[in-house]
Design a protein around this ligand. Structure first.
Ligand SMILES: NC(=O)c1ccc[n+]([C@@H]2O[C@H](COP(=O)([O-])OP(=O)(O)OC[C@H]3O[C@@H](n4cnc5c(N)ncnc54)[C@H](OP(=O)(O)O)[C@@H]3O)[C@@H](O)[C@H]2O)c1
Length: 306
């Protein structure tokens, strides 16, 4: 749709233009999910990143997707309706360092006053909405924008249409625009979490996804040791974890209660669990979540993260 013809109303899920600032893992997962499961035409997707390292692949995988090196294009030239901020926190940290009394804009110049409502969804760990508004909106007239901004957490399972997504408002309420709700719901199940807990949610759902694959792999290694083929071992390990997830969510019981239901007196499960306890697996896993959280926050405040 040309700019001249654009309605001043909010775009809907079938026509909105979607922008991404940053082209890394999170952007790739969301784009894959939106195209495959949200049936979004790649022509509606626009991605800004400083190098072609990731955008070249994205262009190849999704014919019609547009890329730019200028973050400003996402708001100006491409005039997107829903914009995901998916850069690492150190990018924002550097803008605050560069700017002196006020931060430098993420978009070289502050974003233009767009003629229609638009929605900015930040995935950036370690930065609150207020700090992000300061690197986007013209400080001379920050209230003139028709912008709604949210912090979200979405994990990489979005690539398969199976993500978990936390939003800083009740997802079923009027506080979340229909277009945003519909887009996010096409790739993930939406949950509410306050903005102050978004980084914690990111550690448990984002990094926790990797920890879950690690656990499934370990479970399948055990099955391989006792004679299952690798394929059967992985399939049964994954299905078992899926059973645990479903029973937990559907029963509303505490995991320890369900664990007790599985353990017969003097049976195999309790003997196995005592091996896990001896190896301190529980504190290893909770420590991993803590470490992921700490790392994400420190990366957001680091000048040259490795
Ligand atoms: N909320 C969540 O659910 C969740 C989960 C995981 C991660 N995160 C957060 O999401 C953000 C992105 O994570 P990721 O794993 O996708 O990161 P990533 O894979 O490291 O990708 C970072 C992207 O940012 C681009 N970039 C660097 N400087 C930029 C700039 N000045 N302007 C525009 N783009 C720039 C990079 O460009 P090149 O392509 O040129 O290198 C790259 O494409 C991080 O803040 C991370 O903490 C959130």
């Amino acid at each position: 749709m040309s700019k001249a013809k654009r309605s001043k109303q909010a775009a809907d899920v079938n026509s909105c233009k979607i922008g991404f600032i940053g082209a890394g893992k999170m952007t790739q997962s969301i784009i894959h999910g939106l195209v495959q499961y949200g049936k979004v035409d790649p022509k509606r997707l626009h991605v800004a990143a400083p190098s072609p390292n990731n955008t070249d692949n994205l262009k190849q995988q999704h014919a019609g997707l547009k890329v730019t090196k200028r973050n400003l294009d996402i708001f100006g030239k491409f005039d997107c309706d829903v914009i995901f901020l998916a850069v690492n926190g150190n990018v924002i940290h550097n803008l605050y360092k560069l700017g002196g009394t006020r931060p430098a804009p993420l978009t070289t110049n502050f974003i233009p006053n767009m003629k229609h409502p638009f929605y900015v969804l930040s995935l950036i760990s370690g930065y609150e909405i207020k700090a992000l508004k300061d690197v986007l909106l013209n400080p001379e007239h920050p209230d003139k924008y028709q912008m709604e901004m949210h912090r979200i957490m979405i994990n990489c399972a979005a690539a398969y249409g199976l993500g978990v997504c936390a939003v800083d408002v009740e997802p079923d309420s009027k506080k979340l625009a229909e277009v945003v709700r519909a887009l996010l719901s096409s790739v993930a199940k939406l949950e509410y979490i306050p903005e102050t807990q978004m980084d914690a949610a990111c550690a448990v759902c984002g990094a926790g996804l990797a920890f879950s694959y690690y656990f499934i792999n370990a479970l399948s290694d055990g099955a391989l040791k006792i004679g299952l083929s690798r394929a059967s071992a992985v399939k049964f390990a994954a299905k078992t974890v899926n059973c645990a997830t479903q029973t937990l969510l559907e029963s509303g019981k505490h995991p320890n209660e369900l664990k007790d239901e599985v353990c017969a007196p003097s049976g195999g499960a309790i003997y196995g669990l005592s091996i896990l306890d001896k190896a301190d697996v529980a504190s290893g896993i909770s420590g991993a979540v803590e470490a992921a959280h700490k790392r994400a926050i420190s990366l957001a405040k680091d000048d040259n993260p490795q």
